[in-house]
Design a protein around this ligand. Structure first.
Ligand code: EPZ
Length: 422
């Protein structure tokens, strides 16, 4: 296991380039199972979730080749199994996209319940509702989900909650179904649109992705092709918030400014200067940010995945801020770690009240999950003194070379192998 040692207090200055979207690529790689040809996927981030989902496809019989330019070539024509190994599936929540993809390919899928970040109950009832609406029988025996049918037929699904995972999984299951499937109250996140654009580039016929009604007109076959992953909205937001928290001046490159609109608006409200260009955003914060009130919502609202990061910034802002988490029922577990660094935060149910302090102080802290780990990393960059984060494993799941990127911006941080410390 690797620790992260941070010597904080240095404003981040310079330019950073955002990598491809984790939450798009961990759906697009399973989607390649549906393609009768070779997919070349470009702008693939170098993160451990990509390694796991790629290994899952390989274990099913796909040939996956990482090219020198970082692209990933996948040939799924020899995939002949629909029961991926449980120990790999459990490593990440996005493994559940294999249910939709394998059901769409083989009319059969046997996948155990996935793992992933633990912040409250994360059922997949809406995914199952979608599969059943298009003719599949879904059994849950112990931890294993078995979905099977003689024929997938188009159907209509209303999602009780605009679930990202359910929206994508239903698209995967129905892209080659007989007939037209409609998803109402669909999720609209940028990565939903990216998955639909990937499938359409392979020959699918999906309309309305990015709106709350998606129509999937089933096609007989998807051929190979090339597709480039969109920039990672949450990585971009992480660097924007880190620039503000350290009072720095950073140009975040390879972004789609429209995807960052709610964060840009909130940072501007807090007195941070945010300049938008075609494919980059400059964040400049020479003075102490002021308080804000934020509520997380499905896209285009404030992303729940930036909630912990925004609270880390609020911990340093002047005045009393509030953060309300509406997507998950327990996503404030990281607050104790920020308190260890001197933050003044009170959590009551789904709302945290944050009384800003002039400075945070470095401490030994725990990374609770992927975005909580990023939040204590940003807090450590802003804090005075030394912060040690107990593990990089969570952060490595979703951030491509974050240590190199932050170091290039002037930060002082180092990955230390625990074995070396003995
Ligand atoms: C995706 O998770 C992301 N993960 C999450 O990002 C992100 O927080 C989330 O979307 C919301 O934006 C990936 O894309 C791999 P949901 P997902 O289905 O699909 C409830 C990160 O840090 N729900 O929109 O699991 C669920 O319990 C990760 O990159 C049901 O009740 O999110 C939750 O409260 C963390 N039944 C809410 O909906 C269902 O069948 C949102 O879940 C499905 C979901």
């Amino acid at each position: 296991m690797d620790e992260l040692v941070i010597h904080g207090g240095t404003p981040l200055m310079g330019e950073v380039t955002v990598s491809g979207s984790k939450n798009a690529v961990v759906a697009i790689i399973p989607a390649a199972v549906l393609v009768d040809g070779v997919c070349r996927i470009e702008n693939v981030p170098n993160i451990s979730d990509v390694a796991v989902i790629t290994e899952l496809l390989t274990r099913l019989g796909a040939v996956c080749t990482r090219l020198d330019d970082g692209s990933l070539e996948i040939d799924s024509r020899k995939v002949n199994k629909y029961n991926p190994p449980h120990e790999l599936v459990k490593k990440m929540r996005a493994s559940y996209y294999l249910i939709g993809a394998l059901l769409g390919r083989f009319n059969n899928a046997q996948v155990c319940m996935p793992g992933g970040c633990n912040f409250g109950h994360r059922p997949i009832d809406l995914h199952i509702k979608g599969f059943e609406a298009v003719g599949a029988t879904v059994d849950e025996v112990g931890e294993v989900i078995t979905a099977y049918t003689d024929e997938l037929k188009g159907g209509s699904i209303y999602l009780d909650f605009a679930s990202v995972g359910a929206t994508i999984n239903i698209m995967l299951a129905t892209v080659r179904a007989n007939g037209v499937t409609t998803i109402e109250n669909a999720a609209k996140e940028p990565h939903i649109v990216d998955v639909a654009n990937f499938l359409n580039a392979m020959g699918a016929n999906i309309k309305g992705a990015g709106t709350d009604t998606i129509k999937i007109i089933g096609v007989d076959r998807l051929g190979g092709g090339t597709y480039s992953i969109i920039p990672d909205q949450i990585e971009a937001g992480t660097f924007m918030i880190a620039a503000a928290a350290t009072r720095g001046d950073v140009l975040v490159k390879n972004v789609i400014p429209r995807h960052m609109e709610t964060l840009t608006a909130k940072l501007t409200e807090m007195g941070v200067t945010v300049e938008e260009f075609d494919d980059s955003i400059r964040v400049y914060a020479p003075t102490r940010p002021t308080r804000a009130r934020v509520k997380t919502m499905p896209y285009p609202g404030f992303p729940t995945d930036l909630q912990a990061l925004m609270v880390a910034l609020m911990a340093l802002a002047e005045g009393i801020s509030s953060m309300t988490e509406t997507v998950y029922d327990n996503r404030f577990q990281y607050v104790d770690e920020l308190r260890r660094m001197g933050a003044d935060i009170n959590v009551d149910g789904r709302t945290a009240m944050i009384r800003g302090v002039p400075k945070l102080v470095g401490a030994n802290v725990t990374s609770m999950d992927l975005r909580a780990g990023a939040a204590v990393l940003v807090a450590g960059l802003a804090a005075e003194g030394k912060t040690v984060i107990n593990t990089m494993a969570h952060i490595d799941r979703g951030y491509d070379n974050i240590i190199e990127k932050m170091t290039a911006l002037g930060a002082s941080l180092e990955r230390v192998s625990i074995a070396e410390k003995v």
